[in-house]
Design a protein around this ligand. Structure first.
Ligand SMILES: [Zn+2]
Length: 464
């Protein structure tokens, strides 16, 4: 649906405005209905009327732009946007609803630029062959709810067969399903037999994954095709991977010429490009071709680090799966090729990604959720700190940096006037205890409260 996809990348807050009012009131009503249904199903949610002004008070607010905490913030929300942010007080009318979060810290809703909502753990191997596209979309509906509940109010879904991610995004936008704001890629592009192909079946099946495209002409066609069917962002596989049968993460897959065509065409059509890239040569060729983000970047070397800094390319390190996998590998019934590759990848990733962090490569938070259970996305914060980011840098990666990578700096990633009212809260101070970010206790998206385990249980007045 190009009509849906086009404004996502290019729309400024100005050009969004004319279409906003009538459509959004309807959507908002549907979201409120959905939120109420969810409430009865146990995922705490509190609805308010569309026109109501809401004030949030808390102990601290994390401002990712300055990297500083603001004490005693007062955030005023009108409809789905932030009207103002001040310290200590704001005008309260008799109809104003006050949400008092006590000593909690409020933060902008988190952003995950690398997730697989339509995939469950184990869904990428042989078990995945039995999952239909409609079933994948429904798996996505479940995982979208879990992701939102974990405090991630915006995500970028990088790779889904059958455009199940497009359906999920549109269902969330329409208020049919609860979940984060989404940018989606549709099927990821890749070479025959590569990480983005599906090489599990023998020759007789003549099976290829949907995004497979070989040669410059085919790559150009595939970019145009995924955009035609609703992609907001282009994902491609520049190198081999861990979960793919018969390929090598240390080798490049697309040629530099194919990458140039792919990225140039995507940019010409207003889409950013994310590439799965493990090998150092694939990382460098993709960066030289102008890719917007390197996903994983496991075998990045010094030359690659320098190139990324020169080109201002984001690294999306997907660190949490490295730690999660070590703990859970034995329970996962993995094929032998995955175990062999993981044994090489995990120590290399920890070492090389730490080097990239130290050198000051720009980082955006991506979790690769779907490789491990959805809803644990907050684990990416401490994992990046484990590899060398400061807690403030990790939070910036999951807010302002991620918003910039998505081209959405004008709407999400910071609590400021005119931005979407996407606000989360945790108890305590996440700068001194990064693990607090794994236990998000308040979630508001677009002015609607989806989770509140703080003000509900406190004696503070919620309504005046
Ligand atoms: Zn991934």
């Amino acid at each position: 649906m190009p009509a849906t996809a086009l404004p996502r990348i290019r729309q400024s807050s100005l050009c969004r405005a004319p279409a906003y009012t009538a459509r959004s009131v309807l959507q908002r009503t549907l979201i409120l209905v959905a939120a109420t249904i969810l409430y009865s199903a146990g995922f705490s949610a509190t609805a308010q009327t569309a026109a109501q002004v809401v004030i949030i008070r808390a102990g601290r607010l994390f401002d990712p732009t300055s990297g500083r905490m603001i004490d005693h913030p007062v955030v005023v929300i009108s409809a789905d946007k932030i009207q103002s942010l001040s310290e200590d007080k704001a005008a309260v009318s008799p109809t104003t609803r006050i949400i008092d979060l006590g000593n909690a810290t409020i933060l902008p809703g988190f952003i995950d630029v690398h997730t697989h909502l339509t995939m469950n753990v184990g869904g990428g191997g042989y078990e995945g062959l039995g999952v239909s596209i409609p079933r994948a979309a429904l798996i996505g509906a479940k995982n979208a709810r879990l992701t939102l509940s974990a405090g991630f109010t915006t995500v970028r879904n990088v790779g889904a067969e059958g455009y199940s991610d497009v359906a999920l995004r549109d269902a969330i936008d329409a208020g049919d399903v609860l979940g984060p704001r989404m940018q989606v890629s549709g099927p990821p592009l890749g070479i025959s037999g590569g990480h983005c192909d599906n090489s599990l079946l023998p020759f007789e099946f003549h099976h290829s994954a949907e995004g497979v495209a070989d040669g410059e002409q085919a790559v150009m066609h595939r970019v145009r095709e995924v955009i035609k069917y609703g992609a907001d962002v282009i994902k491609f596989c520049a190198s081999g991977g861990v979960f793919s049968k018969g390929d090598n993460p240390l080798l490049e897959q697309y040629s530099p010429a194919e990458m140039n065509v792919l990225i140039t065409e995507a940019h010409r059509l207003g889409r950013k490009v994310a590439t799965h890239a493990h090998s150092s040569i694939a990382i460098k060729d993709a960066v030289r071709a102008g890719v917007d983000s390197i996903e994983h970047g496991i075998f990045i070397d010094e030359e690659g680090i320098n190139l990324m800094k020169e080109h201002h390319t984001f690294l999306v390190p997907t660190s949490y799966p490295l730690f999660w996998f070590e703990q859970h590998e034995s329970e996962m019934r993995l094929p032998p090729w995955v175990i062999e590759k993981a044994a090489i990848i995990i120590p290399a990733a920890k070492k090389n990604v730490a080097q990239a962090f130290k050198a000051g490569v720009r980082v955006a938070l991506g979790t690769d959720a779907g490789v491990y259970p959805h809803g644990q996305n907050g684990g990416e914060f401490w994992s990046m700190v484990q590899l060398g980011l400061t807690p403030v840098q990790a939070l910036q990666a999951g807010t302002v940096n991620a918003a910039e990578l998505m081209g959405w700096s004008d709407r999400v990633g910071v609590i400021r006037q005119g931005m979407f009212a996407d606000i989360v809260a945790v108890r305590g101070d996440p700068i001194s205890d990064i693990h607090a970010l794994e236990h998000v206790q308040f979630v508001m998206k677009g002015g609607v409260v989806y989770k509140d385990e703080i003000s509900n249980s406190s004696s503070a007045s919620r309504t005046q």
